[in-house]
Design a protein around this ligand. Structure first.
Ligand code: ADP
Length: 456
């Protein structure tokens, strides 16, 4: 065995060991087609036997009929022979199965017969050596056996029936050949269909198993992806936690420096510290968002529900944020519902999502106003909406808006900082609270985010 062949075998064995499911697939590919072919052969065999038995019985009963037709006056008398030959010739073409009919009488020596009548007139008066005829002569029974003419390849059933006279003495042998051509044709057709079907089915099966193996690979891949995803979540969670502690300390010290508690600052230093503080806040926000993402993805989002009077609750949030809006010369209006609306929800989480939406409106609105509204949408739903006259979002961007890390890339958004996680978090928390979030927006004209919560 060459080195190459050896290493190929070793590699194949290693591959099979690493992917044991391949053995199952291979077994299916080999076993099922084999079963089909064996089953087909079995059916063919049974059918052929059944046909042959039928033909054999036909040969025997036909012999009886013909025996009556010929009569029992059999002798070597020439006139008698002619009469029998004439009778036999009348039967030519009587049945598609009928290949030949002949009548033999014995010669002096045992085992040698003499044809006195036949479908083939040339065979008349000729000697015949036939063990079947001899056996029928000796036993007095009909002998029917399958035969094949080696020269022509034609196969047939040959029955040898003893012809008896009035004294019940065997005086001749009636030989009938029934053709098997019809049977062979049927069997040939049947085997073509059965083996053809088995072949097609085997091919389909191989395709199916190959596909199944691929599906199996996909499943393994999916499992690996899930593991990787979990590892990534854990990594983000750990790193975010580790980052938050030093960032909190840095923020604390920066605040002290900014306030001048650790010593007076000149204008240049103050400017620099302000920039550093802004960037640290950005970093801190990112870490907070990442921690929130991993909390949501790992199903660790805590929800504690209580009855909240929404009218006061939303108004207070607007009051808190109106300072931020004013800094950008934006008006922040609150349109309250005329009726008192309460919701069984998590106060902190609801505040988080409303603050996020108003915060975004402030961030992405250059001039105009922001309107926050509370209303009863129908008898089943409460709506809280945040509407602005901001930069708006185009239809293609709206489709990707609630996915992780998505930020609209445009000249207007280039200078606005953000993580692209806020809306994803908002959507997930809204859903965790049993609500839904909707967006209507026209690029350049403004946006309207609506939160819908069902009454319980
Ligand atoms: P970011 O931290 O970038 O604000 P968000 O997930 O909150 O992340 O928002 C995703 C993107 O959606 C933003 O980058 C912005 O382009 C767009 N966006 C969100 N809110 C508004 C709004 N009110 N008006 C216009 N664009 C908005």
């Amino acid at each position: 065995m060459s080195q190459n062949t050896k290493s190929l075998i070793v590699q194949s064995l290693i591959f099979v060991k690493q992917n044991p499911q391949i053995i199952f697939s291979l077994a299916l590919i080999i076993l099922i087609p084999t079963l089909f072919f064996v089953f087909s052969a079995l059916i063919l065999n049974i059918t052929q036997k059944q046909f042959d038995r039928h033909l054999q019985q036909n040969a025997v009963s036909l012999a009886k009929t013909i025996e009556t037709f010929i009569g029992n006056d059999i002798s070597s008398d020439l006139h008698n022979q002619k009469e029998i030959q004439n009778k036999i010739l009348k039967l030519v073409g009587a049945s598609i199965w009928l290949e030949d009919i002949a009548v033999f009488i014995p010669r002096a020596e045992q085992g040698i017969f003499f044809t006195i009548a036949s479908f083939n007139p040339k065979a008349v008066n000729k000697e015949v050596r036939s063990t079947d005829a001899l056996l029928a002569w000796q036993t007095g029974q009909t002998i029917a056996v399958p035969k094949k003419d080696l020269k022509t390849g034609v196969s047939y059933w040959l029955s040898s029936t003893p012809l008896k006279n009035d004294q019940n003495k065997v005086v001749g042998i009636l030989s009938i050949a029934l053709s098997r051509a019809e049977i062979e044709q049927v069997i040939q057709k049947l085997s073509f269909n059965l083996y053809g079907f088995s072949l097609i089915f085997s091919l389909i099966l191989i395709l199916f198993v190959a596909n199944h193996a691929r599906l199996f690979q996909y499943a393994v891949l999916l499992m690996k992806l899930r593991e990787l995803d979990q590892a990534k979540d854990e990594f983000i969670s750990t790193v975010s936690h580790e980052l938050r502690t030093p960032l909190t300390t840095i923020r604390g010290y920066l605040s002290l420096i900014q306030e001048g508690t650790l010593g007076a600052l000149n204008d240049q230093l103050k400017k620099g510290i302000d920039i550093v503080m802004l960037e640290v806040k950005r970093l801190y926000d990112l870490v907070e968002d990442l921690l929130e993402v991993s909390r949501i993805e790992q199903g660790r989002l805590s929800i504690e529900k209580e009855l909240v009077v929404l009218n006061d609750f939303i108004k207070n949030i607007c009051d808190e944020l109106s300072i931020k809006a004013k800094e950008k010369s934006l008006e922040l209006k609150f349109i309250d519902s005329p009726e008192r609306l309460t919701l069984h929800t998590d106060k902190n989480r609801l505040k988080q999502i409303v603050v996020n939406l108003i915060g975004n409106s402030i961030k992405y609105t250059l001039s105009g106003f922001i309107e926050v509204g509370l209303l009863k949408e129908s008898k089943d739903f409460i709506a809280i909406y945040v509407k602005d006259t901001g930069i708006g979002i185009s239809a293609p961007d709206q489709e990707k808006l609630f996915t992780k890390f998505f930020r609209v890339q445009s000249e207007q958004t280039a200078k606005i900082t953000g993580t692209g996680l806020g809306l994803w978090i908002t959507k997930k928390i809204t859903e965790a609270l049993g609500g839904k979030i909707y967006l209507e927006s026209i690029k350049g004209q403004g946006s309207k985010f609506t939160l819908l919560f069902p009454f319980k």
